[in-house]
Design a protein around this ligand. Sequence first.
Ligand code: UGA
Length: 442
Amino acid sequence: MVTISVIGTGYLGATHAAGMAELGFDVIGVDTDPVKIRALAGGEVPFHEPGLPELLRRHVQTGRLRFTTSMAQAAAEADLHFVCVGTPQSLTGAADLSAVHAVIAELAPLLRRNALVVGKSTVPVGTAEQLTRRIASLIQPGIAVEVAWNPEFLREGHAVHDTLHPNRLVFGCAGPSAEWLLREVYARPIADGVPVVVTDLATAELVKVSANAFLATKISFINAMAELCEAAGADVLTLARALGHDERIGAQFLGAGLGYGGGCLPKDVRALIARADELGSGESVAFLRGVEEINQRRRDRIVAEALEVLRGGPGWRAGRVAVLGAAFKPHSDDVRDSPALEVAQRLHRAGALVTVYDPVAAVRARSVAPQLRYAANPHVACRKADVVLHLTEWPEFGSLDPVRLRAIVRNPVLIDARNTLDAARWLAAGWEFRRPGTVLPL
Ligand code: UGA
């Protein structure tokens, strides 16, 4: 049986390493950060991902999952190396590939046996081919190292499920041996009926970014309809429900609201635009600029709505804003490009006193936005608030008691930017309930 190394142990790598151990492989997780490696080796996951700590601990205990900072150990022991390092956005909007290149520069000269290097990081199309040439120039004579691309489609908050039960597997391969090995690695999901798409390197790279660009487009489409609904006095929630019944459209990712954020969709859209420009094909994805603009307007819309409420109240400059949610989406503590946190920071800059509550993301939010106040529970956050903003749809916000909260705030105005709260309950408790682009119950 092959031994696997997973290089880069962030959200993607840590989950993938645990998933591979669950599939029965011996796995070595590698990272340059010794603090992260110590935590993972001790069975601690340094971020919030439901179900992952249990899976990780189980396989640290079985001994199938080990962690190291030594690339030499990974090179010596593993037959297959999954590259899972981050590809953040650079200043130009293009993906910053320095971590990927650093991995290859360190790993390739250390290899002493034939190996398959499998990219999982999201990269601009053409990267795998570039890495293939780079590896060929760095390896010792007499060994064969192939590159394959196996993009990952897991969602944060559902990462364990998505890793063990992917909806498809994409293998970008330059030759038959890579496909053979990847089929062996994923034999269990394949036996369970998960469809496999085998293709070339470039197509596999593009599948990943185009999937995210499509999802972003779907979200911006429904948010554009929300703008139209607002202008026309129509209801985007009903519209989305009606559209979703058409199987060709599908109901998922038609959740109008504050728009998309996180470490993937925003940067992947920008990186695709940048790469298409480089390839002289900028026109083909020109519409994605519109997708981004619509997404940004959602944040502007909620900031404007909150300022309007504050300005209508007494002494608005010292107005108090309670923000429910800081994570870019529920079930995650990730605040990268979080719409919620951007809205909170912009209101703070406008002079409001902003207090944020998030069930798990407060620690990360505080490190990014230390100027905001953070409360230990929603009731403290809402104390004497002039406006309450619902910015991340954590399930616990759905069970807040509007009657109890009404007694705590100064001004019972709630803006539901995620369109998931039960308007009737809040209205019945005497709240002014605002939800742009929707029609409220009478
Ligand atoms: C996304 C993709 O869904 C994954 O398939 C992909 O593997 C991952 O990026 C990645 O590239 O690693 P993720 O960033 O975890 O996953 O989050 P999503 O569930 O896609 O949500 C992204 C954003 O869109 C969130 O801010 C969410 O609130 C927003 N969203 C989602 C909406 O505004 N409306 C919707 O209907 C759905």
